[in-house]
Design a protein around this ligand. Structure first.
Ligand code: SAM
Ligand code: SF4
Ligand code: SF4
Length: 452
């Protein structure tokens, strides 16, 4: 240590020691204090005052900055170890949340905390080929997530509030699906599956009830077999309804409330008239909620289906749906009305136009690559090659955090389709043409005419 200090001049050595002390305090205070709420306040006050100063303390390219960088890495590794060693998962999660919220508020590029929401794409293979879905445009071989990748994602699962089995495929097709669900941390995280319902037979229904799966979302998009056939190019509407009735019976016989069932409805021109009826149908089928989202248009042929071009009709049907849902006592989640002013449209997780996903969320694709969210194709390294912690703070993730929410963000971010991240009043929320490799076409979307 003395030798190192001798090599630096006094002022430089002073700065680096100060920096290291403050960084250590910033990371370790929340890890050692008892009450998470108090920790956040402490840490927040402490660093709010010091942070700008801390950042300017070191010249970006100086020797001391490089040493401070090494310090940072060591502290982060230590904080990951401390979190992993905490025997009480709930406490580890609370501490991790305090740390993560703080790190997000400061937009740090390298994180001592872990994300708390994970989407696991167990497969990108599907037994349907809905024309609206990227499944119909995507080229390349389909894969099933290898168990080695599942295992490499497992350590970080203990920090999750939500693990959502979803992606560009059908989860129930994975040959090891049952083993994966059994091993998932159902006590500390909400486990959710989204399915097209085709494989929800008696055996599968029994399994998800036995496992006390928290949430099962079934994508139907239509209240009639005719509309279902147009949207999903399938004649299985009646069979899926039968599957849902069977699940309701099995739950009743088991005296179980789980899984909570929700029906999904991707709203577009050809089905919006059916939304009120869809809600009645969902209630009859025993669903507790209906989730509605706007169609995101990936293919030119579907532009006229976007409700962006049928705003009055869309708002009218959604308002009717609200009335039906209230009368039926079912929860209804709508994506916002076009007639609402932008300021009061829902902003689920993007505070003041800022994307939070690369700090709080991770998307694990079937082949093991990580993504910053479920609509951006960026590949931020692969679990086939590195550990989760290495990737979470790897160069690709750091660069992504640096550019997101800036003019340098990529095309996916500019045409972000997550509700709350892009205003529904902007056409970029609704249209994003992609090629077979999921690359976004860089064109003037505003110039594309609709029919309304
Ligand atoms: C890609 S699917 C995967 C899960 C499963 N295969 C299913 O259909 O539920 C996940 C969700 O995305 C929805 N989806 C597919 N294409 C969409 C699009 N172009 N715009 C909005 N939602 C879409 C589906 O309806 C489904 O609710
Ligand atoms: S069932 Fe789901 S994953 Fe399959 S094509 Fe349809 S929307 Fe896409
Ligand atoms: S595409 Fe949207 S949600 Fe995804 S990282 Fe970019 S801004 Fe965030």
């Amino acid at each position: 240590m003395r030798a190192v200090i001798n090599r630096l001049n006094r002022a430089e050595a002073g700065r680096i020691l100060l920096y290291a002390g403050l960084r250590a305090a910033a990371i370790f205070i929340p890890l050692t204090a008892r009450a998470p709420a108090r920790m956040v306040r402490w840490r927040g006050l402490f660093l709010a005052a010091l942070d700008p100063w801390l950042r300017n303390l070191l010249d970006a390219n100086s020797r001391s900055a490089r040493m401070a960088d090494g310090c940072d890495k060591a502290f982060i590794r230590a904080s990951h170890k401390i979190l992993a060693a905490m025997p009480d998962v709930r406490q580890a999660k609370a501490v991790n949340t305090a740390l993560r919220n703080f790190e997000h508020s400061k937009c740090v590029e390298r994180m001592a905390s872990h994300p708390n929401r994970m989407y696991m794409e167990l497969t990108n293979a599907c037994n349907m080929k809905c024309p609206m879905c990227t499944q119909s445009t995507m080229s390349g071989r389909r894969t099933f997530m290898p168990m080695e990748i599942v295992e490499k994602a497992r350590p970080v699962m203990r920090y999750m509030d939500l693990i959502h089995f979803v992606g560009c495929g059908e989860t129930f097709l994975h040959p090891m699906f049952r083993e994966i669900l059994r091993a998932a941390p159902s006590r500390t995280a909400t486990l959710r599956i989204i399915t097209n319902g085709l494989l929800l037979d008696q055996d599968m229904s029994r399994f998800v009830v036995e496992q006390q799966l928290a949430e099962l979302w079934v994508s139907l998009d239509a209240a009639t077999a005719r509309t279902f056939a147009i949207i999903r190019e399938s004649d299985q509407f009646g069979n899926i309804l039968d599957n849902l009735r069977l699940l309701r019976r099995i739950k009743r016989e088991a005296g179980s409330e789980h899984p909570n069932v929700a029906l999904n409805f991707v709203a577009r021109r050809c089905n919006i008239d059916e939304l009120p009826e869809f809600i009645r149908m969902a209630t009859d089928l025993g669903a507790g909620a209906v989730n509605v989202g706007y169609l995101q248009v990936y293919r030119r042929e579907l532009v006229d289906e976007s409700l962006f071009y049928h705003q009055e009709l869309s708002d009218r049907m959604m308002r009717q749906a609200e009335v039906v849902a209230r009368e039926a006592g079912i929860s209804l989640y709508l994506p916002g009305f076009f007639s609402d002013r932008p300021e009061i449209a829902p902003a689920s997780s993007r505070a003041a136009g800022k994307c939070a996903e690369p700090y709080h969320f991770v998307y694990v694709r079937a082949e093991g690559t990580l993504g910053p969210c479920c609509v951006n194709d960026a590949r931020l390294g692969s679990l086939a090659e590195q550990s989760f912690d290495e990737l979470w703070n790897g160069t690709a993730y750091q660069r992504f955090r640096r550019v997101v929410n800036t003019a340098e963000e990529d095309l996916h971010c500019r045409h972000c389709m997550l509700e709350g991240y892009k205003d529904i009043h902007e056409v970029e929320h609704h249209l994003k043409f992609v090629d077979q490799q999921q690359r976004v076409e860089d064109i003037d979307y505003k110039s594309i005419a609709g029919t309304a």
